[in-house]
Write a new protein. Structure first.
Length: 321
């Protein structure tokens, strides 16, 4: 069995590729190589931009040549702020890229898909922790593009052409290996640790939210745990088991921005006095997931906590610089 991983040269994708290969699966990487890295640390990558006009034909040919039997789709744009500034482009990239992939899978008769979604689909959920049946009301174009993607996947499943599940990631952090460290600039932990390493003060966007300390609260999940969740879902789909169409993937507990920075100070041993800035558009106050469904159906649960994420990312920084 061969699994194609779109976005496999990126931070999460490279971890997923290694997790799949660790259990004996052959992988094929597709990436446009535009973000985070100019190469794939997980292996050779086929350079294809899913939003390009000829992507469907290139993907279909690659799937046939390599005998692809399943796909993990992670390739997407993921900056909330950028999506607010460029909403039409975000839908073109995220929804258009998924549509192209599904068309190629249909043509090449590839029957199985794990779709990378996001907890951003929930928006400002009124209850915590958030279950998968909570109202999906995104508050930014990024989250909305992921919700439309989930709906597109469900329609493909309803057509009979596909078995699939969507994973709603919460905030992903940490690293399983120094060469796979997150070098992006969209997530709090690499941003904060990068500022600390440069002797700068990390920025806190908004300290007047309706949360215990006024800063945003998020559910952080270690990328190694997330990668293992993909393997569990893919195994279940390929076994023919009936599983839920959507799963939350997180730890089930939340940490505020202030708490993350305080733990970063403790782990690095460096004093940190953050800068305070106004709220960013599109940031909900608190997003924490109920992860009992994936535990109940697939036996998956997060093994690693916030300190593991911070320590692994901090220890890997010299390799990333």
């Amino acid at each position: 069995m061969t699994t194609l991983v779109t976005g496999g040269a990126g931070y999460i994708g490279a971890h997923v590729v290694r997790a799949l290969e660790a259990v004996g699966r052959e992988t094929v990487i597709v990436d446009d190589l535009s973000a985070d890295r100019a190469h794939s640390p997980a292996g050779p990558a086929n350079r294809i931009d899913l939003a390009s006009t000829d992507a469907a034909e290139a993907l279909e040919l690659l799937m046939r040549e390599r005998g692809v039997t399943s796909v993990v789709h992670l390739a997407a744009r993921k900056s909330v702020a950028e999506s607010v500034a460029r909403p039409a482009w975000y839908f073109q990239q995220n929804v258009g890229g998924l549509s192209t992939l599904l068309l190629a899978m249909e043509r090449a008769a590839v029957p199985t898909l794990v779709f990378s979604s996001s907890a951003a689909v929930y928006g400002e959920a009124p209850l915590e922790p958030i279950t998968e049946d909570a109202p999906a009301e995104p508050v930014n174009p990024y989250g909305d593009s992921k919700l439309v993607g989930e709906r597109l996947v469900r329609w493909a499943v309803a057509s009979g052409a596909l078995r699939a599940a969507s994973l709603r990631y919460f905030n992903v952090a940490g690293t399983a290996s120094a060469d796979l460290v997150d070098t992006g600039t969209a997530n709090l932990i690499p941003l904060a640790l990068g500022a600390i390493a440069r002797g700068e003060r990390p920025t806190v966007f908004g300290d007047d939210y309706p949360t215990p300390d006024g800063t945003c609260v998020r559910d952080y999940v270690h990328v190694a745990d997330l990668a293992e969740a993909h393997v569990a879902v893919l195994d279940a789909l390929e076994s023919g088991r009936e599983i839920s169409p959507v799963f939350n993937v997180g730890t089930g507990s939340g940490s505020s921005v202030r708490e993350v920075i305080e733990r970063a100070a403790a782990i690095t041993g460096l004093p940190i006095e953050p800068l305070h800035a106004p709220r960013r558009a599109g940031d909900p106050p608190a997003v924490v997931g109920d992860v009992s469904l994936i535990a109940r159906e697939l036996g998956w649960h997060a093994r690693l906590g916030l300190d593991d994420m911070l320590r692994s990312a901090w220890d890997a920084r010299p390799a990333a610089d």
